[in-house]
Design a protein around this ligand. Sequence first.
Ligand SMILES: [Zn+2]
Length: 136
Amino acid sequence: MYNNLDDLSPEHEEELNLLETHISELFTRLEKSEIQIELLKDENFQLKAQIQKLQQQSKQAQYKSPRAETIRIPKDIIPTVSSSDTNVRQNKRKCPNCGASGFSIKEVDDKTRIITYVPRKIYMKKKVCTKCRFEF
Ligand SMILES: [Zn+2]
């Protein structure tokens, strides 16, 4: 066995140098990519935080929107429908025989007069005066 380092041929020495520079190049590349990884980790962290913020904002928006809609709708509809309907019914409720009206008049089905069998049996309505038993 003999000492290799002293007996290296110029070609081998050159190759060795080349390999050494190549190795150091690889190390600097590795360092750069490690720095890049750290930067990307930071960016990823910031993006995740941003996503959480946006998700919370969209949740709050979802809670807010249906409330505003449900309050407004019923106000316009209710008064017009109910008042006119009850007025007509109360006017008709008056006994032509004794003149009693309101709660004295009962509306019942006239079982002798059937309007339709489909989809279910519907009878003509008749009114009965509870004071004089007059039917009309
Ligand atoms: Zn009556």
